[in-house]
Design a protein around this ligand. Structure first.
Ligand code: FES
Length: 251
């Protein structure tokens, strides 16, 4: 049984994208170590509602590391101090009695704050809409072996496909670059035969859309790779650059 901890919680409050934000500070008492970080925020909100104060707004959905919604910047790290984990997979046992825990939203020009720590990540949807899919007519369900794929390629494509589009890579990057996200989405299709026919069009459209939406340029700091909750590799960025340059040369 994990012991209870008491700590100071500082959370970012902001009424909208243009509003001036500030930190609110709360003293959290006797929170069990086996409470998840999001459950701890639920406790805070119960206390705020009981005191007739406005609850703290944050995003969440699956609470099991799948949807990528729980976008909180905790003590200087996207998703907090646990490596390879999302905020919803973070437990209070990671913190010590007397700690100061600071919670901020993803900070990026391309992810405007909606309220408090909820940001609009619609920019990622626009990048996917630009080319993160295949338009092949598959017809009737086929035998799974109709198109043979080497196991190494299938495994690598699956690793790329585990990107949950949470935006931690953008939040971690001093340039606000979305290259790890875009390269993972391009790679998962570029590695498979089904993705090849539209590969050139896809790489160009997704990179162009990313640039139009105000994401910064990649300068290889590798902060994205270090903070990605799904351990996406920057080898994907090298693959995206190859795909993009070959597409431009073919033009
Ligand atoms: S709430 Fe879905 S990944 Fe955290």
């Amino acid at each position: 049984m994990d012991k209870n901890i008491s700590f100071t919680l500082k959370v970012w409050r902001q009424n909208g994208p243009k509003a001036k934000g500030h930190f609110d500070t709360f003293e959290m008492k006797d929170i069990p170590g086996d409470t998840s970080f999001l459950e701890m925020l639920d406790i805070l909100n119960e206390q705020l509602i009981e005191a007739r104060q406005e609850p703290f707004v944050f995003d969440h959905d699956c609470r099991e590391g799948i949807c990528g919604m729980c976008s909180l910047y905790i003590n200087g790290h996207p998703h907090g101090p646990a490596a390879g984990a999302t905020t919803c997979q973070l437990y209070m046992r990671r913190f010590k009695d007397g700690d100061v825990i600071t919670v901020e939203p993803w900070r990026s020009a391309a992810f405007p704050v909606i309220k408090d720590c909820m940001v609009d990540r619609g920019a990622f949807d626009k990048i996917i809409q630009a080319g993160g899919y295949t338009t092949i007519r598959t017809g009737q369900p086929q035998d799974a072996n109709a198109i043979l794929i080497p196991k190494e390629d299938a495994d690598e494509a699956m690793d790329c496909a585990t990107c949950i589009g949470c935006g931690a890579c953008v939040a971690a990057c001093k340039n606000g670059s979305a290259m790890l996200f875009v390269s993972s989405k391009v790679s998962q299709l570029a590695l498979l035969p089904q993705g090849k026919p539209e590969a050139a069009k896809r790489a160009k459209a997704m990179v162009m859309t990313m640039e139009e939406l105000g994401f910064g340029n990649c300068t290889n700091t590798r902060a994205c790779e270090a903070e990605c909750p799904k351990n996406e590799s920057i080898a994907n960025i090298a693959r995206l650059n190859r795909e993009f340059i070959s597409a431009k040369l073919a033009d």
